[in-house]
Design a protein around this ligand. Structure first.
Ligand code: ADP
Ligand code: MN
Ligand code: MN
Ligand code: MN
Length: 379
């Protein structure tokens, strides 16, 4: 038996009795933000007098950055700036989840706030109507850190029957997957689908297509929902790109991309042009595709287990061992989208979509400057 958390075993029928109490027209709003690790999510809740109808009805707030690896020196208050609102699938209407950008005391973006630069890039390329779809792979663990439902001593049978599998011997933890899917639909996430992955206890959901900055917003909130659903079941979802060493698949966050031109008749030529530019920028992309500048992905992008080698760039139709894959149907129809298979499961979707948009659509002199610490130092 995999170990599940004690609090997941609290009496859920008792909880239900309180959850159905009327709340006097007030609205609970849960602010969600990315912490100083660039991977972790934090949240806290406050009461608003009425249900907010748009993001503009939700006020800024703040939090103690010294407790989230985010504070600078003695200025530990950080600003939470609401950017996108969703329905709350845990406490239901009229309650909301609101994704926030984090600003420092001087109102400059926090170090791990990659959204700011991403939205600047997306603004510059907006006439291209760039769509993204991201495939989030993850692995379920017990709270002891061992893959959920794996034998305590030893391993499950080798990979083969698990991908898109069915049956208690093949699919581990489907309850989490189905509840997360429903939670996404209720919240207003543009969830595209889900499937069991190659390694047992590993799953995937896809979000998209989403235009521009919305990709990052939606994926971060979909991740929040996943962690929150897992909490109810007493298990943990890890986005580590290679949770188990050896002959087990890693976890990626394949990023599918198209522009208006690519989606139109004979768009394939624009896909090919984009791929050529991506090839000239391989190293910079790898640095942006996990939170540790490529170190995490080194464990995953080995050239085995349906991955490309981290140091090589390659592209091909229907090739799952390439950096970039053109889906077979796209090759046949000569229009559509391409898939960048390099981003790690724990990537920041803002960093990933920003560099893809900049590389494919901006000339070098147009590129938005990296958030500039130089300027700050001189102040
Ligand atoms: P795979 O065959 O690689 O496993 P999936 O079915 O898991 O692919 O995911 C396909 C992804 O492609 C979805 O996230 C979807 O939103 C995205 N997608 C589909 N059409 C487009 C498009 N025209 N532009 C960008 N993304 C797209
Ligand atoms: Mn997929
Ligand atoms: Mn997959
Ligand atoms: Mn894929």
């Amino acid at each position: 038996m995999a170990s599940v958390s004690i609090s997941s075993q609290l009496n859920k029928a008792v909880r239900q009795q309180y959850m159905s109490l009327p709340q006097g027209g007030k609205s609970q709003v849960t602010y969600i933000w990315i912490d100083g690790t660039g991977e972790g999510l934090r949240n806290k809740t406050r009461t608003l007098d009425q249900e907010p109808s748009t993001i503009l009805d939700i006020p800024e707030w703040n939090f103690d950055g010294s407790s989230t690896y985010q504070a600078e020196g003695s200025n530990s208050d950080m600003y939470l700036v609401p950017v996108r609102m969703f329905r709350d699938p845990f406490t239901h209407d009229p309650n909301k989840l609101v994704l926030c950008e984090v600003l420092k005391y001087n109102r400059l973006p926090a170090e791990t706030n990659h959204r700011r630069r991403c939205s600047e890039v997306m603004e510059k390329v907006k006439e291209h109507c760039m769509w993204f779809g991201m495939e989030q792979e993850y692995t379920l663990l017990g709270i002891d850190g061992h893959p959920y439902s794996w034998p305590l001593n030893g391993f499950p049978g080798p990979q083969g029957p698990y991908y898109c599998g069915v049956g208690a011997d093949n699919a581990y933890g489907r309850d989490v997957v189905e509840c997360h899917y429903k939670a996404c639909l209720y919240a207003g996430i543009n969830i595209y689908g889900t499937n069991a992955e190659v390694m047992p206890s590993q799953w995937e959901f896809q979000v998209g297509p989403c235009e521009g900055i919305e990709m990052g917003d939606q994926l971060w909130v979909a991740r929040f929902l996943l962690h929150r659903v897992c909490e109810d079941f007493g298990v943990v979802a890890t986005l580590d790109p290679k949770p188990m060493k050896g002959n087990w698949n890693g976890a990626g966050c394949h990023t599918n991309v198209s522009t208006k031109q690519m989606r139109e008749e004979d768009g394939l030529q624009f896909i090919e042009k984009a791929i050529e530019k991506l090839g000239q920028n391989h190293a910079a992309h790898i640095r942006s595709y996990d939170p540790r500048g490529g170190k995490d992905n080194m464990r995953r992008l080995t050239g085995l287990h349906e991955t490309s080698n981290i140091s090589d760039f390659s592209a091909g139709v229907a090739n799952r061992g390439a950096s970039i894959r053109i889906p077979r149907q796209v090759g046949q129809e000569r229009k559509g989208y391409f898939e960048d298979r390099r981003p790690a499961a724990n990537c920041d979707p803002y960093a990933v979509t920003a560099i893809i948009a900049a590389t494919c659509l901006l000339e070098p002199e147009q590129e938005v400057e990296k958030q500039d610490t130089e300027e700050e130092k001189s102040n």
